[in-house]
Design a protein around this ligand. Structure first.
Ligand SMILES: NC(=O)c1ccc[n+]([C@@H]2O[C@H](COP(=O)([O-])OP(=O)(O)OC[C@H]3O[C@@H](n4cnc5c(N)ncnc54)[C@H](O)[C@@H]3O)[C@@H](O)[C@H]2O)c1
Length: 287
């Protein structure tokens, strides 16, 4: 199985396609406009060129990998011969359901339809198709060209064969898949990250340690590349805050209540790197 189509050429889709092409696959990459496809190709070119400059890829292999990504604004042309389609469009349930209904109509009857959604379980999308058994989550991590993991999450109707094909595709792309047998908010990685981050905020709010020392403890003691506060600054404290607020409001569980100190940062407009200050300060040249 090697014919892959990727729908949505944003931050994730562009690199998912490029990663597969680096592993020798011919990939169709679809988005709504030529402009978006051009940006995706340009961004991938930049990544490939940097690898060539660092001596990690030959210019010839970079050229071949770039040429194996075939772009099109025509969805039918993108998927009509695909064995597996990965959807990576906006995180909007309505849009994803529309796309899956279209994919069901346009892709071969035997094709697997996968969603890269971080938060939407496949069962919320699969019933827009006549093949829920062939639908699955394949959750890649940003940046896909660097991050090795793919969480494959099966829905209640996903068949064993679909799971096997998704796992095999992830491996063929040079990525390490893990299988999640139950649909669960946050899958594995974001759940564990969330739990660790909440604990870090609890320690901070209780005055147990300064945020710098909690980061240092996690970085040096657990060997995580970034402690929770540094990582929050990197991804945006507004995003960290909203994720917690969402969990708290939907579950009513006190464990998820956002930290008052996190809330204060967000109210003060200190969102992290993107605003020049969060837990740490980022001089302009550093942004
Ligand atoms: N960014 C991340 O860190 C990350 C990590 C893991 C998973 N995800 C998931 O990946 C998906 C995409 O995220 P992203 O960050 O790449 O978003 P993005 O906004 O960068 O890209 C989305 C792309 O989808 C395209 N699109 C929208 N509607 C479309 C349609 N009807 N047909 C074709 N293309 C359409 C847009 O033009 C855009 O290029 C989301 O489901 C998100 O949850 C994101």
């Amino acid at each position: 199985m090697s014919r892959l189509a990727v729908v949505g050429a944003g931050s994730m889709g562009a690199q998912i396609a490029q990663q597969a092409a680096l592993r020798g696959m011919d990939v169709k990459l679809h988005d709504q406009t030529d402009e978006q496809l051009r940006k995706a190709v340009e961004s991938n070119r930049g990544h490939l060129n940097r690898r060539v400059e660092k001596g990690r890829l030959t210019a010839r292999d970079a050229e071949a990998a770039a040429a194996r990504v075939h772009t099109t604004t025509d969805l039918a042309e993108a998927v009509d011969r695909a064995d597996l389609v990965i959807e990576a469009v906006f995180e909007d349930l309505g849009v994803k359901r529309e796309i899956f209904a279209e994919l069901d109509r346009l892709a071969p009857a035997a094709a697997v339809l996968a969603s890269n959604s971080s938060t939407m379980a496949i069962s919320k999308i699969a019933d827009a198709t006549r093949r829920p058994h062939a639908c699955v989550n394949m959750h890649f991590f940003f940046p896909v060209l660097v991050m090795d993991l793919v969480e494959v999450v099966r829905g209640p109707e996903t068949s064993d064969e679909t799971v096997d094909r998704a796992m095999a595709m992830a491996r063929a792309m040079g990525r390490t898949p893990v299988l999640i047998n139950k649909e669960i908010d946050g899958f594995i990685v974001n759940r564990i990250l969330h739990a660790a981050t909440q604990e870090a905020y609890r320690l901070l709010d209780a005055g147990v340690a300064r945020f710098e020392d909690i980061d240092t403890a996690v970085e040096k003691g657990l060997n995580w590349p970034m402690g929770p506060f540094r990582l929050g600054d990197f991804s945006g404290l507004d995003i960290t805050y909203r994720a917690r607020l969402h969990m708290f409001e939907t579950t009513g569980d006190e464990r998820y209540r956002p930290s008052p100190q996190l809330e204060a940062k967000v109210r003060a407009g200190k969102m992290g790197r993107k605003t020049g200050e969060g837990w740490y300060r980022y001089p302009k040249t550093d942004n």
